[in-house]
Design a protein. Structure first.
Length: 312
C-alpha cells in the first residue's frame, strides 16, 4: 500500500466513534516505534512532521523513512502530514515532495487572512490529490516554531466555522477547546478541562466534518519521574486528561495530535540507560530503550485513548 490521504480514515473514524493518532516524527527510531505499534494493533496512523522536524532531519530523509515504513507494513494505512505549515510556500513544498496531507496554520492572523491563505493552499493541494487541514482559534504553549502566550490563546468561535470551511474548501479543521502545546501545559493542582461544549456546537454546525485536536499530549508522570531520577530537571507539569480526549474521540474529533509524550518516553529510556550502563556508547543500545518506550506509549494511546485498534 502506498501512502494514503486521511479522507477515508476520517470518514470511518467519524462514523465509528474513534480518532486517528497523529504522531510527530523526527528520526528513524520514532517512525519505527509508531508504525510497529500501529501494525501490531491494526490501527491506521498519521505520521506528521513539524517545521522543527523538517529543519532537523530534512524533509527528504523524513519522506524516505516513512516510505520505508510503508514498504515494511503494506497492510497499514499511513498518512504523511505536514504539521503547522506556516504559509503557502511551506505547504506547496510538502505537496510537491511526497506529503499526502498538509496543515496550513494561519490562525494567528485575521479571519479574512486565514481564509485567503487556507483557500490558496487547499486549491493547490487538491489539484495534486493532497488533503488540507486548517485551524480556527489559537492554542497556548510552545511547539517548535509555534509559540503562543496564555493571554493570546483563543477558543474557536463556533459562529465562524461554517463560513470558514465553506469559503476555504479545507478537508478538516483544528479547533481550540483547551488543549495546549508542549510538555508544560498546566501546573500541578489545576484541573484541565476541555470545552466539550464548544466541540459539540462545532459538530452541530458542521455535521459529519472531521475535527482535529492539537496539543493533546497527557505528559505521563511515570516518564517525567524517570527522567528526573536519572539526571533530568523537568519542571512539574500535567497534560490533557486522557478520559476527556477519549470522550472527544467518540464524537466529531477524528485526529488527535501527540508529540510531547513521545519525546518524554524516548528521553526517559535514554537517560535511564546511561545511568544503568555508564560504559555504553553505542547509539543502538540506548536508542533501543528509548524506542521501546515510544512504542509502549503509542500502543497505549491507540487502545485506551483513540480507540483506533482493530480498524484495518
Amino acid at each position: 500500500m502506498a501512502l494514503v490521504t486521511s479522507t477515508e480514515m476520517f470518514k470511518k473514524a467519524y462514523d465509528g466513534g474513534y480518532a486517528i493518532g497523529a504522531f510527530n516524527v523526527n528520526n528513524m527510531e520514532i517512525v519505527q516505534a509508531i508504525t510497529e505499534a500501529a501494525a501490531e494493533l491494526k490501527s491506521p496512523v498519521i505520521l506528521q512532521a513539524s517545521a522543527g522536524a523538517r529543519k532537523y532531519a530534512n524533509s527528504i530523509y523524513l519522506v524516505k523513512l516513512v516510505e520505508a515504513a510503508v514498504e515494511l507494513h503494506p497492510e497499514l494505512p499511513i498518512v504523511l502530514h505536514l504539521d503547522h505549515g506556516a504559509d503557502f510556500a511551506t505547504c506547496k513544498d510538502c505537496v510537491d515532495n511526497g506529503f499526502t496531507s498538509v496543515m496550513i496554520d494561519y490562525s494567528s492572523h485575521s479571519f479574512e487572512e486565514n481564509i485567503a491563505e487556507s483557500k490558496k493552499v487547499a486549491d493547490y493541494a487538491h489539484e495534486h490529490g493532497v488533503v488540507v487541514e486548517a485551524e480556527l482559534g489559537t492554542l497556548a504553549g510552545v511547539e517548535d516554531d509555534v509559540k503562543v502566550a496564555d493571554d493570546k490563546a483563543m477558543y474557536t468561535d463556533p459562529d465562524q466555522v461554517e463560513e470558514f470551511v465553506k469559503r476555504t474548501g479545507v478537508d478538516s479543521l483544528a479547533i481550540a477547546i483547551g488543549t495546549s502545546h508542549g510538555a508544560y501545559k498546566f501546573k500541578p493542582g489545576t484541573n484541565p478541562k476541555l470545552r466539550l461544549d464548544i466541540l459539540a456546537e462545532v459538530a452541530k454546525r458542521l455535521p459529519g466534518f472531521p475535527i482535529v485536536l492539537h496539543g493533546s499530549s497527557s505528559v505521563p508522570q511515570e516518564y517525567v519521574k524517570i527522567i528526573n531520577e536519572h539526571g533530568g530537571a523537568l519542571k512539574d507539569a500535567i497534560g490533557i486528561p486522557e478520559d476527556q480526549l477519549r470522550e472527544a474521540a467518540k464524537g466529531a474529533v477524528c485526529k488527535i495530535n501527540i508529540d510531547s509524550d513521545l519525546r518524554l518516553g524516548l528521553t526517559a529510556g535514554v537517560r535511564k540507560h546511561f545511568v544503568e550502563h555508564p560504559d555504553h556508547f553505542d547509539p543502538r543500545q540506548y536508542l533501543t530503550d528509548g524506542r521501546s518506550n515510544v512504542k509502549d506509549i503509542v500502543a497505549h494511546k491507540i487502545v485506551d485513548v483513540l480507540g483506533s485498534n482493530n480498524k484495518i
